[in-house]
Design a protein around this ligand. Structure first.
Ligand SMILES: Cc1ncc(COP(=O)(O)O)c(C=O)c1O
Length: 411
């Protein structure tokens, strides 16, 4: 697939041209933390496969199946280099981050934890990095310990260290909080965990779309993310897992493709990564995800990060200028997420009224009720940044919020 070569100085002005949904509509889309819009490179890639090269993978001897298999496996190469994994066998395609965490919870948590073992999570986790571990605890008698966030939304290494003891077996923690944007010092946490023989899982859902991620540099055992937040299709995601751990662990789902030999007496399993990819995978989703990551590479992750950080600063300035608007959290490092409350208006009302001006933001608890509880909130409004956003989007949002204020004052 062709990629436009963009001038680094102007790319973010031109980038909107890659997004049909943004080019053709007067839409202010500030909800990329929930799901990112898709560039035409990804849309065309998907259309092209279904039109010209679709077949099942890893099965047929005919050309079409081999082409589809090559494209599918090429995506694995793309993902491997995108997050700098050591080996292809460490990249497992799954349905999304949620499935990836459930998979690790099952093959590591349920399979190896015992009563009294401890799992450290943080206060800032998405529900999908809480509930699977609660189920592990129910099945094994393990216990969850929570690393608290401070008033500004920081999770410190010290807080984690205070929770570690001889029973700690797993630390599963977010890289960037989807609810308030905190960038968690995951590299430092993984270094400490490694010293103490603790397994680490990093939820990279919000990090992979906006900053360069190097799993070897972070030093984690597992890293997960979802395709739909990285400008790729939904229904596909990635589990990175260190080969030593994945090859020792038991299978997760079972069926076709994950086997070596099957008889009624005994089944042996396939090598990695097939061992964890039972059944026909999301073939087109995986190839589309590879295309999305190639497209991000064509822009450059350093530039995407700079753009997100610059816009974050500007967005915070614009929103802070509104009387009665309070931004939640003030962490040392923040990803492209601004969670706020506006006067005493309910976030859902704010979001619904903004929608009448074609402004899309997320409102609610952001699947992070324990985070909301920490800041004595039940909901917030959240504006989050994607590649295609500019300061204009925040100006339109601020203007929309002033209109919301006027409507409430009339009621
Ligand atoms: C930090 C974080 N973790 C996990 C998830 C779950 O991702 P998915 O629903 O794509 O599996 C999300 C989605 O919002 C998220 O933001």
């Amino acid at each position: 697939m062709e990629h436009i070569k963009l001038n680094p100085k102007t790319i973010f002005k031109n980038i909107i041209a890659d997004f049909p949904i943004l080019k053709n509509n007067n839409l202010t889309y500030l909800d990329s933390a929930a799901s990112a819009q898709k560039p035409y490179q990804v849309i065309n890639c998907i259309k092209d496969i279904y039109s010209n090269s679709y077949a099942n993978v890893h099965r047929g001897v005919y050309s079409l199946s081999q082409v589809a298999t090559d494209q599918y496996e090429d995506s694995r190469e793309v993902v491997k280099s995108f997050i700098n994994a050591k080996k292809l066998s460490e990249i497992i395609f799954v349905r999304g981050a949620t499935e990836a965490i459930n998979l690790v919870a099952e093959i590591i948590g349920v399979a190896s934890l015992n009563e009294g073992d401890e799992i450290i999570l943080s206060r800032l986790e998405h529900h999908s990095n809480i509930v699977p571990w609660q189920i592990v605890c129910k099945k094994t008698g393990a216990i969850i310990k929570v690393a608290e966030a401070d008033d500004n939304g920081n999770i410190s290494l010290e807080t984690i260290k205070e929770l570690i003891n001889k029973n700690t077996k797993i630390i599963s923690i977010t890289h960037i909080s989807n609810a308030i944007g905190t960038v968690v010092p995951v590299k430092e946490i993984c270094k400490e965990a490694k010293k103490q023989g603790i397994i680490t899982l990093i939820d990279g859902c919000q990090a992979v779309p906006q900053m360069p991620v190097d799993v070897q540099d972070i030093g984690c055992d597992f890293y997960v993310f979802s395709g739909h937040k990285t400008y790729g299709p939904s229904g596909v995601g990635v589990l990175y897992g260190r080969e030593e751990l994945l090859s020792e662990a038991p299978p997760y789902q079972s069926g076709g493709d994950m086997i070596d030999k099957v008889s009624f007496a005994k089944t042996t399993y396939a090598d990695l990564p097939s061992k964890y990819e039972a059944g026909t995978p999301n073939i087109v989703g995986v190839i589309g995800l590879g295309e999305a990551l190639k497209w991000m590479n064509s822009i450059g992750m350093d530039q995407i990060y700079d753009h997100s950080q610059n816009l974050l600063d500007e967005g915070i300035k614009v929103l802070s200028g509104l009387e009665g608007l309070k931004i939640i959290g003030n962490p040392y490092n923040r990803g492209g997420v601004i969670s706020f409350i506006y006067k005493d208006f309910h976030a859902h009302d704010v979001g619904t009224l903004l929608n009448t001006y074609n402004i899309a933001i997320r409102t609610g608890h952001h699947c992070a009720q324990p985070t909301m509880e920490r800041y004595k909130l039940s909901t917030t409004a959240r504006a989050s940044i994607g590649i295609y956003n500019s300061i204009k989007d925040f100006e339109v949002l601020a203007d929309g919020l002033l209109k919301v204020n006027k409507i409430f004052n009339k009621v």
